[in-house]
Design a binder for this molecule. Structure first.
Ligand SMILES: Nc1nc2c(c(=O)[nH]1)N[C@H]1C(S)=C(S)[C@@H](COP(=O)(O)O)O[C@H]1N2
Ligand SMILES: [Mo]
Length: 434
């Protein structure tokens, strides 16, 4: 790693940890102490964490041998309710969607990627859920979801969420972390209330600098006071009209892995800003310094660096808007094709709109302009399509290149950075005409 020190974003996978050293994994994950007879007892926080992770109380916990990975973890299908996602990691769960399964204008819940930093809460009861707004707010408040629905205007918007690390797999030298290829991006329809309305109701004094977001998921260590992730946004961003506190996804309850029953959706910024299982938003007079706000997490050097270059920690800057990007969702990479092919996909640019998408079938020698739709909502990706005539049998690559409202265009080569963020290179899809 160019930064010398890896951050806690590279937390060990639970299975790997147990396989290597079951007893210390036991202690680290469950706080379980084991005696020389290998029979420890799960107590207190350790027992609570284990119960939360298996989803029920454990009547015979006293008989559980130390170092035993619960069979529930091995058998559990962590992708229940998801369709065709590629699992990159199962503790915490990280799964991406192959590009051709992202062809819908609005991403169905079953195809919305999952990026967890910790262990989702065992209880996701919408009727019992509360959200506390406090910190530097004039009037701290705690709301039920019913309160949010009744006190504030309820809106539905299609909004794009992309993980800051989407495309990390293509970094060379490689960057540690989940090896996302293309599919850590989605545009579902979210229903909820505007964050700005909720903050305004509490009163935002002039000294507020940043929001701080807290969710109910547990840290991989099982330590009850440790948050897996808590990020925030500058107050000006929080007060824009398309940042939602959402309680529905695609007109149905939010999928458990996507943050049920309540989450933030901050379109156009790294997905990490969009806190899932949201329980608290506090306002701060400094830039929030929660887990994964500091160090090198979700940060890039403030200047261009050479691949592999070492960068001093102090030179890293917090990522704000995500850069201009496009994704080809038809045809599927490697597909056979006739001579006429409809190239389809989506394009987006955080806080901006996309002005044009161009498509090439000759390795970038010539480009044709695609038909491009306006975003259905402020913060939704834009759909494009182009009918391409391939001259004859053979191997072709279909390339897509978006240019945004400020004239910024997707690059050919990766702008390398130590943690593998913000890869917005052109998407290339292979086709064969026989
Ligand atoms: N509470 C909580 N919120 C979270 C995360 C998390 O691990 N815990 N992951 C974040 C990251 S890094 C991303 S990219 C998005 C992904 O949202 P999704 O899993 O619904 O696709 O959720 C964000 N919100
Ligand atoms: Mo992310």
């Amino acid at each position: 790693m160019a930064t010398g020190k890896t951050s806690n974003s590279d937390a060990p996978d639970l299975h790997e940890f147990f396989a290597r050293d079951p007893l210390s994994a036991d202690r680290a994950f469950f706080g379980r102490e084991s005696g020389s007879d290998r029979r420890g007892f799960l107590r207190g926080a350790g027992l609570a964490t284990m119960a939360a992770m298996v989803g029920a109380a454990i009547p015979f916990h006293r008989n559980m041998p130390a170092g035993l990975i619960p069979a529930a973890f091995a058998d559990e299908n962590v992708l229940v309710g998801k369709d065709g996602l590629t699992l990159l990691n199962d503790r915490p769960v990280n799964a991406e969607t192959p590009p051709h399964l992202l062809d819908d204008a609005i991403t169905p819940t079953a195809r919305h990627f999952i990026r967890n930093n910790g262990i989702p809460p065992a209880e996701m009861d919408a009727d019992a859920w509360t959200l506390t707004v406090d910190g530097l707010v004039d009037r701290p408040m705690t709301y039920s979801i019913a309160d949010l629905r009744s006190k504030f205007e309820v809106v539905t918007m299609a909004l794009t969420i992309e993980c800051g690390g989407n495309g990390r797999a293509f970094f060379n030298p490689p960057a540690k972390g989940n090896q996302w290829t293309y599919g850590a991006v989605a545009c579902s329809r979210w229903t909820g209330v505007r964050l700005k309305d909720v903050l305004a109701a509490g009163g935002v004094p002039s000294g507020v600098v940043y929001t701080a977001h807290v969710g109910a998921d547990a840290h991989l260590s099982g330590k009850p006071d440790k948050l897996p992730i808590s990020r925030g946004v500058p107050i000006a961003k929080a007060m824009t009209g398309n940042v939602l506190i959402a309680f529905a996804q695609n007109d149905a309850p939010i999928h458990p892995m996507n943050g049920a029953p309540l989450r933030l959706v901050v379109p156009g910024w790294p997905g990490s800003c969009s806190q899932k299982w949201l329980t608290r938003i506090w306002l701060r007079d400094i830039v929030h310094d929660g887990p994964k706000m500091t160090g090198t997490a979700y940060r890039v050097p403030g200047y261009k660096v050479e691949p592999g270059e070492k960068v001093d920690k102090k030179d890293f800057r917090i990522i704000e808007r995500m850069p201009v990007k496009s994704l080809v969702t038809n045809p599927a990479n490697g597909a056979g094709s006739g001579r006429t092919v409809e190239v389809r996909g989506h394009a987006w640019s955080g806080d901006r709109t996309v002005a044009a998408v161009d498509v090439s079938h000759d390795f970038g020698a010539t480009w044709m302009r695609a038909e491009l739709d306006a975003p259905v909502d402020d913060g939704a990706w834009q759909n494009f399509r182009a009918n391409v005539e391939l001259p004859g049998a053979g191997y072709y690559e279909l390339w897509a290149r978006a240019t945004d409202s400020e004239g910024e265009m997707q690059p050919h080569a990766i702008d390398w950075n130590p943690k593998g963020y913000l890869n917005n290179t052109m998407h290339r899809v292979a086709v064969r005409v026989s």
